[in-house]
Design a protein around this ligand. Structure first.
Ligand SMILES: C[S@@+](CC[C@H](N)C(=O)[O-])C[C@H]1O[C@@H](n2cnc3c(N)ncnc32)[C@H](O)[C@@H]1O
Length: 319
């Protein structure tokens, strides 16, 4: 909440409603003229949001890669909608992880689905049924940073030749047999499940598409707060925020940054990790990193983002 520096009469976006912990905290800080526009791609989260009947609040079932469209629908007459803050608390929610029927967990048996929005896209089971061994290896190595990606991919392809992989327990057992070493306190299937979840939900593409829309729609002085839960996500956020806030002039240039068009963002403080007390109260906060930037009056031109993608390749979360 501090990162958002909430203005009572501001318009805010909670791009990841979940069960509304952040949304409720924002509403408490808004005055009667303030507004909160929430999004979630999970129909169950949207259903939970219907319990909030506050007239300052609205919820839309949409992925946040459609942020601009959602804002336009809210402000049909004003043309370019401007907001004072955008918050995204990325990844899956506890209710998603804990409901075996959603297929995110290797701890409880359920259908191998993993879609945050089961009304769209392809389930993990369907993807694993048709992907090539190389695609599986690349996904598990790239998104799961799994050292045994090659062995896991081969084990999956061998297993699916015997019987279709349709249950989380089946996949967890296949992976456990292929991963040779054990990381302390971590289930051997953790990395594979993370990889499939990121792939099935196109999580990094979602963030890459959302960030420029959020930056464009923020009013000067408005805040962007991004909470990431794994290094690929955090790397992407960090690179985009840095590229949009940098003065890249060599010191001997006879002109200073302030005389040139301004960068569109200013980084607001260092990346924040959860305190020991917060982790004790909420263990899932242990892997969270919060990055905050403030919008300036500078223009976001495409070349800034192009620079991130040229320097780090088409998938800047990888390198
Ligand atoms: C970590 S939880 C958010 C918890 C929330 N801050 C709260 O206080 O309850 C992440 C939520 O974001 C949603 N989500 C993840 N990626 C999304 C995306 N690309 N577009 C929209 N919602 C997304 C998930 O469905 C999930 O409900």
């Amino acid at each position: 909440m501090a990162a958002l520096a909430i203005r009572e009469d501001g318009v805010y976006v909670d791009a990841t409603f979940g069960r509304g912990g952040h949304s409720r905290a924002i509403l408490e800080r808004l005055g009667s003229a303030g507004r909160l526009i929430a999004l979630d791609r999970d129909p169950q989260a949207v259903e939970a949001a219907r319990a909030i009947t506050d007239p300052r609040f609205s919820i839309t079932h949409a992925p946040f890669s459609e942020l601009a469209r959602v804002l336009d629908a809210h402000f049909p007459s004003t043309g370019v909608a401007q907001v004072q803050g955008v918050l995204a608390d990325l990844g899956v929610s506890s209710p998603q992880l804990e409901d075996a029927a959603r297929g995110f967990s290797f701890r409880a048996d359920g259908p191998l689905d993993m879609r945050m929005d089961p009304t769209r896209g392809v389930s993990a089971a369907d993807w694993l049924a048709t992907a090539t061994e190389q695609q599986i290896r690349e996904a598990i190595g790239g998104y799961g940073e799994e050292r045994f990606a090659k062995q896991v991919a081969k084990a999956i392809v061998d297993a699916r030749a015997r019987e279709p992989l349709r249950r989380t327990e089946q996949l967890a057992a296949v992976v456990a047999a292929a991963v040779r070493t054990r990381e302390v306190g971590q289930n051997p299937a953790t990395r594979t499940f993370q990889a499939l979840r990121i792939l099935v939900n196109r999580e990094l593409e979602e963030v890459a598409l959302m960030l420029p829309q959020a930056i464009r729609r923020l009013a000067p002085g408005g805040r962007l707060a991004m909470i990431s839960f794994h290094s690929l996500e955090d790397r992407l956020v960090k690179r985009v925020l840095r590229a949009c806030s940098e003065d890249r002039l060599p010191p001997d240039l006879p002109i200073r940054a302030r005389e040139l068009p301004q960068a569109p963002l200013r980084i607001a403080g260092k990346a924040l990790r959860a305190s020991a007390a917060e982790i004790a109260a909420n263990p899932r906060a242990r892997s969270a990193t919060l990055r905050v930037a403030e919008r300036t009056g500078g223009v976001l031109d495409e070349s800034i983002l192009d620079r991130v993608f040229t320097q780090h390749g088409p998938e800047p979360w990888r390198s």
